[in-house]
Design a protein around this ligand. Structure first.
Ligand code: SF4
Length: 88
């Protein structure tokens, strides 16, 4: 998924309710977000990760990866071997 796909709709695995995530609303300061290219790289790594649950959620952080991968200050929390790093 690219940042160009601004809204992502997913079904909650617990309650079945559809949840819409609007990336423009998540990132209120573009200086805090990574480039489109780095965002894609991070998400590609998440999509191949054994810790990805439901195709959307990181098992270790509990966050939607489409959210976590947006931020420069975030890093992959994979124990002992982060799959992607914080951008300085
Ligand atoms: S452990 Fe890292 S690569 Fe795996 S889903 Fe979580 S953030 Fe993505």
């Amino acid at each position: 998924m690219s940042k160009a796909a601004k809204t992502q709709v997913r079904e909650c695995k617990s309650c079945g309710i559809n949840v819409a995530v609007d990336l423009d609303e998540l990132v209120d300061d573009s200086a805090k977000s990574v480039s489109d290219e780095l965002y894609e790289e991070r998400l590609d790594l998440c999509m191949d990760c054994p810790s990805l649950m439901y195709g959307t959620t990181c098992q270790h952080s509990g966050e939607l990866v489409s959210y976590r991968a947006l931020y420069k200050e975030k890093a992959c929390p994979f124990p002992g071997e982060p799959r992607w790093l914080q951008q300085s």
